[in-house]
Design a binder for this molecule. Sequence first.
Ligand SMILES: [Ca+2]
Length: 181
Amino acid sequence: MKASFIVAGLASAAAMIGVGSVAHAETLSVNTTVAPYCNVRLANVSSGTASVAHEAEQQVANLELACNSGGSAQLVVNPLNGDFKSGPNLINYAMRMAAADAAFNIATTDATPGDVEGSGKFTRTKVGYSQPLANGIAASFYLNVNVAAPGPAPLGQTFFPANAAPAGTYTESFSFELSAI
Ligand SMILES: [Ca+2]
């Protein structure tokens, strides 16, 4: 998608140059940089907000992962708290990542404290060079905020079901980092 968008942009610019002008030569200079790069970006974020009224899993972000590492590429997804927080009030959730390359998938998981991966930091590695990854692949990030808490909340905090939590803005942050290794 990214490549086709760029092509469309170039075609449009060329058409504009041609309008009303005398015939003349055009020179298009295109540079490419040969250097390792790894990039993760939020592309076409569908929401960024998780609705508590939504009973099931909901997509909260589209990501594009791109890395032209000659070696391997590593994605680290880090949920800040493992729960949505509003002061001392918590709403548990489960998260899932579905990528065009299954190496980056994260199965449905209750982030800390129910996280089977322990710390709540998810590390996924694509071994070896991948041309599709160099081109950029899509990954979708999902949350389900209607997941029962696996146990009591930390001292001084309280878990609430999403549909019965006190009014307020509940926040959680996720970081996504892609790097060549
Ligand atoms: Ca949790």
